[in-house]
Design a protein around this ligand. Structure first.
Ligand code: GSH
Length: 222
């Protein structure tokens, strides 16, 4: 066999690893970072597709055909499109048998999903009240009032996570899971929301440990 053929076959094999070819639609600074981190941690080849929010590309006709929610992330898989970060992360977590990113024990899997669901349904939504208040109210006084609650709400949510949903050194203890990618991602918004991460030493140490990981460093370059 010619060496060139072997290299070509190797590239094809890597691209088709796990029988899937994937595309992730993302925008920088958004919750899509969690999916970017998870894809790199799982060592899964994918095509990144960047949306320009300053041009409202997430509301373009073309994108709305892909995701009628007009949000990122969307993961396109051979089986169809997936939206909602907890769903995307649960999918990625089980894709590479050599690098499982979720606990195999059913109770621990549900515990991981407990945090992921809390991040999606409560923490992310609390954060959105600062810059996306127009989803819920129209009067400037209402928007200002909602924004005024964000720092305290985010502080309280992360204090609760630190106390109740964090085994250490990773969210689920010794196993690194997709919940670590998600927690880190939402934690990158704390500063902008007026929360000093130093007041949450467990969360701060976790963020430091995350920044040491090559997959996180790579995901932050997108
Ligand atoms: N529940 C969704 C939320 C997705 C979401 O709200 N993404 C934001 C970025 S962090 C977005 O695309 N916003 C665009 C917009 O509101 O126009 C998830 O967890 O994936």
């Amino acid at each position: 066999l010619h060496w060139r053929f072997l290299i070509f076959a190797g590239i094809v094999a890597k691209k088709q690893a796990f029988g899937v070819s994937m595309e992730l639609f993302y925008a920088p600074g958004t919750v899509a970072l969690a999916s970017l981190i998870a894809l790199h941690e799982a060592d899964i080849a994918f095509t990144p597709n960047r949306l320009d929010f300053s041009q409202s590309e997430q509301r373009s006709e073309k994108y709305l055909r892909l995701n009628p929610k007009g949000r990122v992330p969307v993961l396109i898989t051979d089986a169809g499109a997936l939206t909602e970060t907890p769903a995307i992360l649960a999918y990625i977590a089980g894709l590479n048998p050599k690098k499982p990113l979720a606990p195999s024990d059913p109770f621990d899997f549900a515990k991981m999903q407990e945090l992921n669901s809390y991040l999606a349904s409560t923490v992310h939504v609390n954060h959105a009240h600062r810059v996306r208040g127009v989803r819920w109210a129209a009067l400037q006084s209402s928007l200002d009032d909602m924004a005024s609650k964000v720092t305290q709400n985010m502080q309280d949510c992360f204090a609760l996570i630190q106390a109740e949903h964090f085994r250490g050194p990773w969210v689920m203890g010794d196993q690194f899971t997709v919940a670590d990618a998600y927690l880190y991602t939402v934690g990158t918004w704390l500063k902008g929301d007026g929360v000093d991460i130093a007041t949450l030493p467990g969360i701060a140490a976790h963020a430091d440990a995350m920044r040491q990981r090559p997959a996180v460093q790579k995901a932050l370059t997108y």
